[in-house]
Design a protein. Structure first.
Length: 316
């Protein structure tokens, strides 16, 4: 369904900030006939951000450039999820004569189980809808996001949400208080399909049980109960592929983290910590491990994809 797209000549770029995610709980069901695993997950958006800047072109080309840490690991061709997002937006809502230059400033770990590619796609959807002056609403963006990947809708909404199906059927979850996190990244990423395949090879003994106790803990703001209920059915597969991550988990918990788990399909390890000061101490210690490339301290939950301040005013 296309609308009357409009591009203002010489308009400034549209800039969007979009957050990483951590899975507080990830239940994985057995592989279905459609080739997908049914999921039950609780997402939380955390304050590690990529920035997307999208500018209009005078032709119909879509170009992607990537800067920042690990930029060399991110493809800038048509396989890039942000590139696919712009093409899909143009196909469904705009016109084939529109082009865009997409600049991605990376900060979210690449192939780290924190949905960096999905975040870039979400940011691009929002930016293109503004750049091309499209009559798209939040539900339209969520549908486009679901067509791109299971984590993209949550990257649009942020906060805390329960995801079902492939993770793209979202229900907001009330979460009281601020959560403090430490993330320990690895030098080499893990392929999500590889982790799921190994999960199946290990027997695929996950489940889709509703994380009722975790949701209750989030609603009440009981941080100790939240820590006790964190879980990830993919963790055993990730640890089997990368045994060195087990030592990172032990080190963080022994240093005072309330709980630790592999983030999504890994290899980033996430630690829920009591407060920011404790988090910084734990991060410093983890950074000394050979298995750890970098450490990041962040808060959650935070909003999803957001236009940066001044973007709309600059286009008026």
């Amino acid at each position: 369904m296309a609308s009357n797209a409009r591009v203002t000549p010489g308009a400034p770029p549209v800039m969007v900030r979009v957050a990483a995610k951590v899975n507080l709980a990830l239940g994985v069901g057995p592989l279905g006939e459609d080739g997908y695993h049914p999921l039950t997950t609780v997402f939380e958006a955390v304050g590690i951000y990529d920035q997307i800047s999208v500018s209009a072109r005078s032709d119909d080309e879509i170009h992607v450039s990537v800067e920042g840490p690990q930029a060399d690991l991110v493809p800038a061709d048509e396989t890039n999820l942000a590139h696919r997002a712009a093409r899909l937006m143009r196909e469904r809502w705009a016109g084939s004569d529109l082009g865009a230059d997409i600049q991605i400033l990376k900060s979210i770990p690449v192939a780290g189980g924190m949905a960096g590619g999905s975040a870039d796609a979400a940011g691009t959807l929002l930016a293109c809808s503004v750049l091309w002056d499209l009559d798209t609403g939040p539900d339209d963006l969520l549908q486009l996001g679901a067509d791109l990947g299971s984590d993209v809708p949550f990257a649009l909404t942020g906060g805390v949400a329960l995801g079902r199906g492939r993770g793209d059927h979202l229900v907001p979850v009330i979460s009281r208080g601020t959560h403090h996190w430490v993330f320990a990244t690895a030098a080499e990423g893990l392929s999500t399909p590889q982790v799921y395949r190994h999960f199946d090879e290990l027997g695929g003994a996950g489940g889709e049980l509703m994380p009722t106790a975790l949701i209750a803990a989030l609603t009440s703001g009981d941080i100790d109960a939240v820590a006790h209920r964190l879980g990830n059915d993919l963790q055993d597969a990730a640890l089997d592929l990368r045994p060195e991550l087990a030592e990172v988990l032990r080190a963080g918990e022994e240093a005072g983290a309330l709980a630790g788990l592999v983030s999504g399909s890994g290899p980033t390890v996430a630690f829920l910590v009591p407060d920011e000061a404790t988090g910084r101490t734990i991060a410093t210690g983890l950074a000394e491990l050979d298995q750890v490339e970098t450490t990041r301290v962040a808060r959650g939950p935070v909003p999803g994809a957001q236009l940066l301040p001044g973007t709309l005013q600059a286009r008026m």
